[in-house]
Write a protein that binds this ligand. Structure first.
Ligand code: N01
Length: 510
C-alpha cells in the first residue's frame, strides 16, 4: 500500500483519494481488469471514467449502422458468454448493453468514478505512487493501469476552411443524434471501417451523399444473420456449444495470420473473394475501377459489408476520388475545381492511434511523459510496461492491436499478465515494479523481426498501423496465441522490484 498519508489535491485543496489500483477507462479493457481484480477479492481499486457510463468505444460510437465486424461469440469476454446475442455480428446498442450488464453482474460499476477525465498522472518517486489529477478530483494510486484504449480520441483532418463551414460537422465517433440528416446533402470523408457502415445506413435517408475516398478499401461479404430463439435456448442449455463455436471462429480467423504475417501469397484467395464481391455488386466499370485498391489485401484492415458498394452505386450517391482542396461555408471544393453544395459533413477519419493523447498526460520517474519518451516510436515490454514508468501497466498499448480477430482476446491476455504482476508484488512485498530498458529493447527487436515480411509493411499501403517512421508500433505481428503465451505470466527476470523498505531508486535495489 501507499506509505504516506493523503496529500492535498493540486486542483482543489481537498485531500487526494488513496487507492491501490487506479484504472483509466471503463471500456472492454478497463472492465476486464476490474472484474479480474474483484474476482480474486481485491476491492481497493477505482475506474476513472471521463464519461458518465461504462462502455468505452462502444458507448461513444453511436453512428447509424455501428456494429461489430467480429462475430459476437468471439467478440465478448471468455468469462461472460452471452447466449442472447440477437445477431451473429452484434450492433453497437447490444454490445454496449452487454458491457453495462457485465459491469453490474461482476460488481465493478460501483468502483467507477464517472466524469473523471484524467488530465495528468505523475509518478512520485519519494512516495512511490502515482499522483493522478482528474476533472473529478485527485487520486494517489500505488498502481496505474491505463485502459484508455487506442480508439478513444478522434482525429480531425486539417482541411482548409473546415472551421468556417456553416452546416453541421460531426465525427463518426461523436455522432449527434439530435441532428436530422433526412433530405440533406451529406458528405462523408473517409472510407474506413466506420464510413462503410455509415454510408449504407444513411444513403436511403438523404437527398444526396458524396463519399470522399482517399484510398479504396478491400471489402469482403458480411455473413451476418439473426440468431433464432431456439439457438439462444440451446446456447443457454449447452454452454459448451457456444464455447466450441467461439473456438472455431477463433481458429478460422487465426488462419489469416499465415497470409498476413508469414506468406503473403496465401492472401490471394481472399483478394479474389473481395474482387468478386465488388464485381457482383458494382456494374459500372469506372466506379468499379475507382473502388479497386492497388495494394495487397490485408495491408489495411479488411472491411466486411454487403451493402456499402450498393449504397455508393445508388442514384443519389457519388464517389469522389479527387482530393479535397477546401471547405467553403456551404460546400466542398475538390482539386479538380468541382464544388459540391453540402449541408452536413461526416468526418469518418479515424483515431489518434500512434500518438495516443493519454501518453502526453502520463509522466514517469524523470518527469518526461510517455509521449516524450515515445517520440521515436512507441516501445514497451510485452506491450504492457515501459522502463522509467514504475507500477504503470498499459492495456491496448503498443503492438497489441489486431485487425483480423477479436481485440477482447488480446485484452484478456494482457489482463492476466498485469494480474500476475500485481500478485507477484503482493507475494514479494514489493512497493515498486519496473521493467528494464534491456527487456524493452529485446521486445522492440522481436516486434521488428516479426513485422519484417508482413503485409502491413510490405503490402504497398499507408496505414495508421505504422508510425511516422514507418515502424509497426500498433499491431501484434504474429498469431494471437503466441501473444497469450508470452503474457501468461510475469517475466520476473525482466523487472526490478523494490521492497517497501528499500531505497527508492530501482538500480539500488536487488
Ligand atoms: O478510421 P480509419 P475508422 N482526407 O482510420 C480517411 C475500428 N472500427 O474510424 O485510407 C481524406 O480506418 C482515411 O483515408 P486513407 C477498427 O479497428 C471497428 O473507419 O488514410 N480522407 C480512411 O479512409 C478500425 O480500423 C469497427 O487514405 C481522410 C478514413 O479516413 C478503426 O476503428 C467499426 C483524411 C479513416 O479510416 C478505425 O476505423 C468501425 C483526410 N484528411 C471502426 N484523413 C468494428 O466493426 C483520414 N482520411 C469492430
Amino acid at each position: 500500500m501507499i506509505e504516506t498519508q493523503s496529500a492535498p489535491s493540486a486542483q482543489s485543496g481537498t485531500p487526494a483519494r488513496e487507492v491501490r489500483v487506479a484504472i483509466i477507462g471503463s471500456g472492454f479493457a478497463g472492465l476486464a481488469m476490474a472484474i479480474t481484480l474483484r474476482g480474486r477479492g481485491e476491492t481497493d481499486f477505482l475506474l476513472l471514467e471521463r464519461a458518465d457510463d461504462v462502455g468505452g468505444t462502444w458507448r461513444d460510437n453511436t453512428y447509424p449502422g455501428a456494429a461489430c465486424d467480429v462475430q459476437s461469440h468471439l467478440y465478448s469476454y471468455s468469462f461472460a458468454p452471452n447466449p442472447d446475442w440477437p445477431r451473429s455480428y452484434s450492433q453497437q446498442p447490444e454490445i454496449h448493453a452487454y458491457l453495462r450488464a457485465t459491469a453490474e453482474r461482476f460488481g465493478v460499476r460501483e468502483h467507477c468514478v464517472f466524469g473523471a477525465d484524467v488530465t495528468s498522472a505523475r509518478w512520485d518517486d519519494g512516495a512511490r505512487c502515482w499522483l493522478v489529477a482528474t476533472s473529478a478530483g485527485s487520486f494517489r494510486a500505488q498502481v496505474l493501469v491505463s485502459a484508455a484504449g487506442a480508439l478513444a480520441d478522434p482525429t480531425y483532418p486539417d482541411i482548409p476552411g473546415l472551421d468556417g463551414f456553416e452546416g453541421t460537422v460531426m465525427h463518426s465517433a461523436r455522432w449527434d443524434a439530435s441532428h436530422d440528416i433526412t433530405g440533406e446533402k451529406v458528405a462523408v470523408i473517409g472510407t474506413g471501417a466506420s464510413a462503410i457502415q455509415i454510408v449504407p445506413a444513411i444513403q436511403p435517408e438523404v437527398e444526396s451523399i458524396a463519399v470522399y475516398q482517399r484510398t479504396p478499401a478491400w471489402v469482403v461479404p458480411r455473413t451476418d444473420h439473426p440468431v433464432q430463439p431456439w439457438a439462444q435456448r440451446l446456447y443457454r442449455m449447452v454452454p459448451g456449444l457456444q464455447r466450441a463455436i467461439r473456438g472455431l471462429l477463433y481458429t478460422s480467423r487465426e488462419i489469416l495470420v499465415i497470409g498476413m504475417a508469414k506468406r503473403r501469397a496465401l492472401l490471394k484467395p481472399v483478394g479474389r473473394l473481395a474482387k468478386a464481391h465488388l464485381e457482383r455488386q458494382v456494374r459500372d466499370p469506372r466506379l468499379r475501377k475507382a473502388l479497386t485498391p492497388d495494394y495487397t489485401i490485408g495491408c489495411k484492415r479488411i472491411l466486411i459489408s454487403n451493402d456499402y458498394f450498393r449504397a455508393v452505386a445508388a442514384p443519389n450517391a457519388e464517389l469522389v476520388t479527387a482530393g479535397i482542396a477546401e471547405v467553403r461555408p456551404r460546400s466542398i471544393v475538390t482539386t479538380d475545381g468541382i464544388e459540391r453544395p453540402t449541408d452536413t459533413i461526416v468526418l469518418a477519419t479515424g483515431f489518434a492511434v500512434t500518438d495516443l493523447p493519454i501518453a502526453g498526460r502520463i509522466a514517469g520517474r524523470d518527469g518526461r511523459t510517455l509521449a516524450e519518451v515515445w517520440d521515436e516510436g512507441m516501445v514497451s515490454n510485452r506491450s504492457t510496461t515501459v522502463a522509467g514508468f514504475p507500477n504503470l501497466f498499459l492495456l491496448v498499448g503498443p503492438n497489441v492491436g489486431v485487425g483480423h480477430t477479436s481485440m477482447v482476446y488480446m485484452i484478456e491476455s494482457q489482463v492476466a499478465y498485469v494480474d500476475h504482476a500485481l500478485r507477484t508484488m503482493d507475494a514479494e512485498g514489493l512497493a515498486v515494479l519496473e521493467t528494464t530498458p534491456a527487456a524493452q529493447e529485446a521486445y522492440r527487436a522481436l516486434i521488428a523481426e516479426k513485422s519484417k515480411n508482413t503485409v502491413w509493411l510490405a503490402g504497398g499501403c499507408a496505414s495508421w498501423y505504422l508510425d511516422r517512421h514507418g515502424h509497426n508500433t500498433t499491431l501484434w505481428p504474429d498469431f494471437t496465441f503466441r501473444f497469450r503465451k508470452l503474457t501468461r505470466s510475469l517475466d520476473r527476470e525482466n523487472y526490478v522490484g523494490i521492497p517497501a523498505a528499500a531505497p527508492a531508486r530501482p538500480e539500488e535495489a536487488a
